[in-house]
Design a protein around this ligand. Structure first.
Ligand code: FES
Length: 101
């Protein structure tokens, strides 16, 4: 109520209007879109693991994503492809050959 009286935005509080809490929760970080529903694995967690250098098999071993129904495997491979394209490094020898052609 104070927020409304002060003229602040209530946009972020609307989803908590009927929640049985005195205040919206503050300790749960936003995880983003869930890619693997079987094991509740978020896209942000997969991307972070891939960015840390883990390959897809290691991510699956760590989080179990893609190891049950398998419906998320296409998305896992897509995320792996995105990570690989961001960190793809061309072998210097190949670069030299490309320049000489
Ligand atoms: S949704 Fe990922 S294994 Fe089922």
């Amino acid at each position: 109520m104070d927020l409304i009286v002060r003229g602040g935005s209530t946009q972020d509080l609307r989803k908590w209007l009927f929640a049985p809490y005195a205040a919206p929760p503050t300790s749960s970080p936003a995880r983003g879109r869930i890619v693997c529903n079987c094991f509740d694995v978020a896209e942000s967690e997969i991307v972070a693991d891939l960015a840390s250098g883990l390959d897809l098999a290691a991510v699956q071993a760590k989080r179990k994503c893609g190891t049950s129904c398998g419906s998320c495997r296409t998305e896992l491979h897509r995320l792996q492809g995105q990570g690989a394209s961001k960190t793809f490094k061309v072998d210097p020898e190949v670069k030299t050959r490309i320049k000489s052609v």
